[in-house]
Design a protein around this ligand. Sequence first.
Ligand code: SAH
Length: 273
Amino acid sequence: MKVNDINHKNFRVRDGDLKDNAELKDGIKLKDLLVTGAKEFGIELNPDEAETFFSYMNFIKTWNNKFNLTAIEDDRDFIIKHFLDSLSILPYIKKFENTENINIDNMSIIDIGTGAGFPAIPLKILLKETNITMLDAVEKKVKFLNACISTLKLRNTWAFHGRAEDYGHDIKHRERYDIAVARAVASMPVLLEYCLPFVKREGIFIAMKGKNTEEVSISQKALEELGGKIQEVREIILPFSDSIRNIIIVKKFRQTPPNYPRKAGKPSKNPLI
Ligand code: SAH
């Protein structure tokens, strides 16, 4: 894998860019979708990596009936909305590597509320040496993740069952990560309370959000209390679609006070707004 510097707004791929859109259902064309889409984010996948993505997709499909892992069943949507969406933050991880001078292989990343492993596992497929931890409150999802780790032979990858509010106080996890990420877990003020406690000072939290960014304007109190500041809000359009996403980068500039996160359930019931 190679990640080039990119400016998301500079180029967009559309269905017409694929050689033969009519055959998208075919495995090879699906691979084109993944490889061409990843290129939009400046990522060059090698054939082994592309193969691993499809093993992961098949693994989710096999477990989906029993474990309710995703509502997306169409392969094309799966690639765009799960894989390419997850990969959209990789350029920001690379940017962090460059500005902070930490080798990406030595970094620790935690994905809070990872579900079936998004964005953690797509990132892991490319970041083979990086330490990646996944946390989810639902035990059966963590069972699935552990099976996935061994089937896909993912190194330096761990899955834990628990709530962010509890793990955030555990000294093995508190302020131990260079980067925390989260997709589709909670509103921004709640997410900040879940995620910032895990981040080292000078580390970042990357929130993956949908179209609307109003939540950012109500996050001031949470940012101030928890020691974060918004560094960048970047709108992107997922390749081969009209789906708008926002990537919000929060820099942690001071330690989070020990009373945060508050006890389980409290951040969502009574957000810091
Ligand atoms: N990030 C995944 C899953 C999103 S669904 C994706 O984008 O596909 C939200 C997930 O967050 C669920 O799996 C839920 O169990 C988990 N979750 C919600 N609140 C949590 C908390 N306080 N601590 C840990 N996990 C939580």
